[in-house]
Design a protein around this ligand. Sequence first.
Ligand SMILES: Cc1ncc(COP(=O)(O)O)c(C=O)c1O
Length: 468
Amino acid sequence: MEFTFFLDQDIKLPLYIQLYEHIKTEIQLGRIKEGEKLPSIRNLAQVLQVSKQTIETAYQQLIAEGYVQSRPRSGIIVLPVEEKEPNLVRFSAVFASAPAEERNVLYDFKYGDIDVDLFPMKIWRQCINTALDGPARDILLYGPYQGNADLRDEIRKYVFRARGISCSAEQIFLFGGTQQSVSFLSRLLHLQDGNVAMENPGYEGVRSVFLHYNCNIIPISLEKDGICIDELQKIRAKAVYVTPSHQFPLGMVLPIGKRLQLLQWACDTSSFILEDDYDSEFRYIGKPIPSLKSLDKEERVVYCGTFSKCFLPAARISYVILPLSLVEQGKQHINHCSQAASPILQKALSIFMKEGYFERHIRRMKTLYQHKHKVLLQSIEQFMGDHVNVIGQRAGLHILLHIKNGDAAHLIKKAEEHGIQVYSPARHWLHQEEAPSAFVMLGFGGLSQENIREGIRLLALIWNFLEV
Ligand SMILES: Cc1ncc(COP(=O)(O)O)c(C=O)c1O
């Protein structure tokens, strides 16, 4: 078959998509007929002066969509044109129809995105309206330093039911996100210039706050079941920051035995444990494990919660539950900072919680994320098979892929060139150069099930994990 076709190197559409689109159109228009054989990958690469990979990826896409078939010893043969699976065809349509400046992102596996399609916008709007109908002084001014009292009381009830924490609303302090919560705690606990232990890898967003306060970060290694207690016992630190419900970013859940050892360490050394329970709502395998705070008889745990995963990142509302012994000091400290979370949104959220919408929303989202998570794991197994291991699959809105034979940085770049964004978790290691080179981080909260599957299939194609 003669094949003359102009690949435009200057437009953002990747070459393999241009080629794929061209062949598909030719087949649909009947100019390439059923039973005809496509040129071999090597030949076409020579003719078009592109890499064999470009041709191969275009062919793989055509095979996957049923336009052609790879037959042993015969080559790649054109099949009869018939109704195609709509979601597969969408892939190219979405890409081609996007504005040029956005064309380079087809599927974004960004960690931090949540599903916004199921967000109960109508109810939330009603809650905001109800909040706005309240006394003007309560919502239109700065609001109490510690945060809206109604919301703190709703949080008290919620953490008791969902996380087994008994506390009073007086112990709860509201902030505008986890970094602000930790910034407050750094001042309250006088962490400046002192030793602070952290899981390594651990959440960079929090580490950067400690570094801002010139803390000396002591990295504590992770074992298969979470933070290494032996290492912790060998050091002295004013505080340790941990993510026991779902270690960030490796995803393990800290077992009860280690939780008790951690609490014992804090008692023995008079240190505080900063428990970040950022996504505890979304747990898919195994029984719920109580929060560390709920086991904290000696009041060594400071609990950090956020509404970013279970509600909306845009709300910018987080909270800290202080041990009783720190509440008075906390109040004095907080009087030096104005409340960052909007009083209007705080009030609206308290109504949303009081009316039972919050827990209903969490239940719906949990089911939805469970489905997405299942599709993600199934797609990885189907399309990537033995090429990868999945890490941290018990909970949360992200997983890590361990690529068995491959350099993650190279694969991430290659994916990006083909319009798929996946991420390196390396910045969560204290020393980035020590991060394993084989990890890729995939957030799935913001993608539909269909897009998760399609994105994984394309990644497998791009990374050569699928056989033609
Ligand atoms: C470990 C961890 N803690 C907390 C958060 C939430 O931060 P924020 O409350 O600032 O949205 C995240 C979000 O990415 C996280 O990964």
